[in-house]
Design a protein around this ligand. Sequence first.
Ligand SMILES: NC(=O)c1ccc[n+]([C@@H]2O[C@H](COP(=O)([O-])OP(=O)(O)OC[C@H]3O[C@@H](n4cnc5c(N)ncnc54)[C@H](OP(=O)(O)O)[C@@H]3O)[C@@H](O)[C@H]2O)c1
Length: 278
Amino acid sequence: MSGKILVLGATGNVGRPLVGALLSRGERVKAASRSGAVVAGAEGAVFDFEDPSTFDAAFSGVDRAFVLAPTGSLAITERLLPVIAAAAARKMKVVFMSVLGADADDAIPYRQVELALEPSGTPYVILRPNWFADNFHTFWKAGLAHGQIALPAGTGKTSFIDARDIAESAVAALTTDRFDGRAFNLTGPQALDYGEAAAILSAVTGKPIAYAAVDDDTFVGILTRAGVPEAYARFLASIFHPVREGWTAALAADVEALTGHAPRTLKTYAQDHAAELK
Ligand SMILES: NC(=O)c1ccc[n+]([C@@H]2O[C@H](COP(=O)([O-])OP(=O)(O)OC[C@H]3O[C@@H](n4cnc5c(N)ncnc54)[C@H](OP(=O)(O)O)[C@@H]3O)[C@@H](O)[C@H]2O)c1
């Protein structure tokens, strides 16, 4: 593996720490985004899922790629299958960030991407992260500002994962062939319900933060009033079903298997992001 590593979504939650971690290991990195911005000092590459004419230049000189679907799109297979095909045609190794539970049903779009990658003949690793801890300072930040996180999560528990642990897992997957041909479930070290998570955020930030369990329609109303398109708000509501069922409470040892260290706790996440959570 002597070529460059292409990181899609390089300006995002996982991509940015991934670029930094790869550079610090001496890897040559192309940081891909629509703008082609330089990220953490890495060469920028213009890449747009909507414009396949950007693929060739972005893939030039690359032998490994970190592939994800950008947040906010429901067109998962439409966006990712052409990228998987283009990478496989070049025999580029693909580390694909899927989602926890994708393997529950072959009809799930992320599973369809996995099913295209697995027999493609190119080396691959699939990473299936649980809900990100980082959502608290991104998606749910507006709620935190009002002292309340309102979600249709019931009392279901989630083993939230820190995006840095996903990035470090991806580093391991990209820089050795030891994990090739396998899928890994990436979770944090504790399963917490949103009330317990809110209490941790409250203790760390010193701000009162409550959790309100709401129904899907209330949640969709909150999001659409904040400008989220209704179809995407409904999609977000739908993915809280596995949370209410308790399926996101699973604890996996895969972060440690990949990185050699235990995943970060929600308290550590909150302490390290305290300024962004306030
Ligand atoms: N949040 C969670 O709890 C969670 C849990 C499990 C799995 N996931 C999965 O994680 C993925 C999101 O990862 P993330 O949070 O690291 O991403 P993110 O922070 O939302 O960043 C998205 C990245 O994609 C780029 N992008 C957006 N539109 C693009 C386009 N048309 N062409 C090329 N690049 C584009 C953005 O850069 P520019 O805008 O600069 O182009 C940005 O770098 C999703 O697939 C999601 O399903 C999330």
